[in-house]
Structure formats: C-alpha cells, structure tokens
Design a protein around this ligand. Structure first.
Ligand code: SF4
Length: 241
C-alpha cells in the first residue's frame, strides 16, 4: 500500500467515542478504547444505537485520539478498537498499524461481521474479544441481517486458527435463547476449539427493540453454570440480577 492510500484509508476512519483508561475491556491489560462509528447489523438487544449509523460524523477525530495516546505512552498497555463494528471500517488496519508503531498492544472487540477483514487484521492483533451471539441458523432473527451467522462463525474459525489470546462472548437471556439451545451453543464452541467463554446476561436497558427493556433480569441456574464451567478452561457468567 502506498503512503497516499494509507492516508486516504485513515482519513475515512470514523471515531464515535474514546475512553482513555479501562481495566475491564481486556483481562489483565490497562487499555484505551476507541469506539468506531457504524454497524450494519440491528441486534434486538443493541445498547449502542448511537454507534450504528455510518452517516454520523466523527465525535472525535483520529488525530485527537493519536494525541491522547501519545500523552499516555508508558501508562497504557493496549488500545482496543471497539464499536459499532470495527471490521466495517475502511482504515481499521491502518489505524491498528499506527497504534502498534507507537508501542501499544492492539485489541479488537468485534461481532464478526467480516471474515475477510478479520483475517487481514489478525496479524496485528494481540487480543480479540469476539461475540458469538447464537447458533448460525438463529442469527438473522436476532441481528436482522442475512448471513450474519455464517460470517460470525467463520470469523471464529479464523480467530482460533490465528492462535492469539481471545475470549468468546455471548449475551444471553432465556427469552432469547432457551437453556437447551445455550448448551448446544456451548458444545459447538467447545467442539470448534474454544477454551475461553464469557457468558453475560442481556440487560434490558435502552435496547434497540424497546420491549426487551421490560424483560426480567436473566437468571442462570447454578447447575447450568457448573456444566458450562466444566466445558472450558476459562468460563465466566456475568449475571443480570
Ligand atoms: S453487532 Fe449488534 S450489538 Fe453490536 S453494535 Fe452492531 S447492532 Fe449493536
């Protein structure tokens, strides 16, 4: 890629938000989080509707982010690209390359919307948090996008093949996914080679599909938690109660 192509890609990067310090977005790392603007999916439980539009102009310029990072060299371990859906951004690879050149580790939070783009950035990533939302056949009902399930599960295979640290995350509520389906999902993840699985309760707050806000907190039976824990080297449940 020529320098001018690099600059064009960077100039198209849209930043929807920036958190300068976070200790909760990647285990064991003090990270800054860059929220990239835009996502083509429409998950019923999405709590970031302000980050979905591709038309919205940048809240923060990439130059401002770089300046803030420059001031935090030596204080931060990692810069995590989140969203929205970072893989939807032209310029993600270039932005990651810049951040790595500054001496930071690179992290990615993704819903797995583009296997091709994930493959392109995996060599630059030190850690990836990938959402697997459902079994392949159930994805479109949740995301309202055809083929989203195929894309996400293909991304999972690429991530596991890359051999870098990761966690696979699923947002769960019994009214979205019966426990029997959750166990099938976990078994499929385990069979594919997932060793680190984080399950988190869907929280009914400002969801894209407003009726989900009225659902009761998700409760996961202790016996089910124990069964899931036995399937993975690392497992955690973050409840909604
Ligand atoms: S993947 Fe779903 S939850 Fe994530 S930003 Fe897009 S619509 Fe929201």
């Amino acid at each position: 890629m020529s320098l001018s192509q690099f600059n064009v890609a960077i100039s198209r990067l849209r930043v929807g938000g920036f958190v300068p310090y976070s200790s909760v977005d990647c285990p064991g790392e003090l990270a800054a989080v860059v929220f990239l603007q835009g996502c083509s999916w429409a998950c019923d439980y999405c709590q970031n509707p302000h980050l979905r539009s591709f038309r919205k102009s940048s809240e923060v310029s990439w130059e401002q982010v770089l300046t803030a990072l420059q001031e935090r060299r030596g204080l931060l371990d990692m810069v995590i690209f989140s969203g929205g859906e970072p893989l939807a951004q032209i310029g993600l690879e270039e932005a990651m390359t810049q951040v790595r050149a500054m001496g930071f580790k690179v992290g990615l939070h993704s819903a797995g919307s583009s296997p091709r783009r994930l493959r392109a950035v995996l060599p630059i990533c030190d850690w990836v948090g990938l959402d697997i939302k459902a079994m392949t056949s159930d994805y479109a009902a949740l995301t309202h996008r055809a083929n989203s399930g195929q894309q996400a599960w293909e991304c999972l295979d690429h991530l596991l093949a890359a051999g870098i640290p990761y966690e696979i995350r699923t947002t769960w509520h019994p009214q979205l996914m019966p426990v029997a389906t959750l166990m099938r999902l976990a078994e499929e993840l385990r069979t594919r080679g997932v060793r680190c699985f984080r399950l988190q309760a869907m929280r009914g707050r400002a969801c894209l599909r407003a009726e989900l806000d009225d659902w009761p907190p998700a409760h996961l039976d202790a016996a089910v938690q124990a069964s899931l824990a036995a399937m993975f080297d690392e497992f955690s449940w973050r409840g909604g109660e």
